[in-house]
Ligand binder design. Sequence first.
Ligand code: ATP
Ligand code: MG
Length: 360
Amino acid sequence: MSWNPEVPFNELPALPPPGLDLEPKAVLKATIEARTALATLAQAGQLLPNPNILIRAVPLLEAQASSEIENIVTTADELFKHADSGGGDHATKEALRYRSALFTGVESIKSRPLTAGTAARICSALHGREMDIRAVPGTRIANPATQRIAYAPPEGADNIREKLSDWERFVHATDDLDPLVRMALAHYQFEAIHPFHDGNGRTGRVINILMLIEAGLLNDPILYLSRAIIARKNDYYRLLRAVTAEGAWIDWILYMLDVVRESATSTTRKIGAIRTCQEDIAEQARAATPGARDAQFLAVLFEQPYCRINTVAERCEVSRQTASLWLHALVEAGLLSDAKVGRELLFVNDEFLSVLTRPE
Ligand SMILES: Nc1ncnc2c1ncn2[C@@H]1O[C@H](COP(=O)(O)OP(=O)(O)OP(=O)(O)O)[C@@H](O)[C@H]1O
Ligand SMILES: [Mg+2]
C-alpha cells in the first residue's frame, strides 16, 4: 500500500479488514483476560453501597486524564471543587464538559443505538457548541511527542458521512466477533475517519465506553479506560499509525485488550480502597457527631470529596445550622478540612480525595 501521511487518506477501507484472522490465539487469550477483569469489576461495583460514588467521580478523573492528552491541564482537585457549579478556569470548564459529554452518550444509548449522530452529540457536548462533520480540508494529526505529521484523515463531508455509515454498520454487525475486538477495530476506524474538526480522540474514547455498555460488559461508565490509554500515549499513537501504515491490526487489538484489562483491574482495586476508606471514616464519624447516624449524611460525604453545607441540609432534611454543626464536628475530628472557594465554604474529604486520585 502506498500510503502517505501527508495526503488525506480518502481510500480508508471499511471494516472489517479483509482476509485477516482477527482472533488468533493471542487475541483470544487477551480477550478472556479482559472479559474476566470486566466481570470482576461488575461484581465489585455491586458491592458498593452507593454506585453513584463512582459514577460521579470516575468520569471526572477520566476527564482530567483526557484533557491532559490535549494539553489543557487541570487538577483533580479543581475538577471536584467545581463539579457542581461548572465553574473554574478554562481548562477546568473544558474538562468538566468531558463528563457532560460522557453522560450525554450514556443517556443517548438508553433510548437509541449508538450511531454517528451519537458521536456528533458527544462531540458537541465536549465543545459546548454544535459540532458538525468536517467540511474544510486541511486537518492533520501531529504526533504530540515529535510534532511530526502522523496522519491526514479523509476529506469531503460526503466522503466522511459515507465512511461513518460503514462504521455504524460495523458497530452493530451480527457476525460473531468478540465485542472487545469490535470495540478495538471501531476505535481505530473512528479515529482514522476523524469526522470532526477537533475532539475526535475524546469522542472516540467516550464511544469505547458506550460500546462496552451496549455489549453488556459494563453497567455504568465507571472504567478508568482513558486514563489507561493516555498512560501509554506513545503506544496509542504508534499503534494507530501502524494500522494505517502496515495493517498492524493484531498489535492494535492486543493493545486495546490490554488497556481494558488493566483499567478494569485498577478500577476494581480502586473500589476496594474506596470501601475501606468509607468504612473507616464512617466509624470515626459516628464517634465525632450524632449526625453520622444519618445514612444520607455519610452518603453525601462520599459522593464527592468536596461537599457543601447546603447539600447536607437538603439531603438530610435538616437546617443549615445543623448541617454546619455536623460538618464542623468532622473538621474538629480531623476527618474533613474546610476550604474557601470564592465566597463558598467547601468541606474536603481529603482521605477520599487521595484514594480517588492516586493510581492503583
Ligand atoms: N495515526 C493516527 N491515525 C488515526 N488517528 C490518530 C492517529 N494518531 C492519533 N490519532 C487520534 O487522534 C486523536 C486526536 O485528535 P483530536 O485533536 O481531534 O482529538 P481531541 O479529543 O481534541 O484530542 P485528544 O485525543 O488529544 O484529547 C488522538 O487522541 C487519537 O485518538
Ligand atoms: Mg484536539
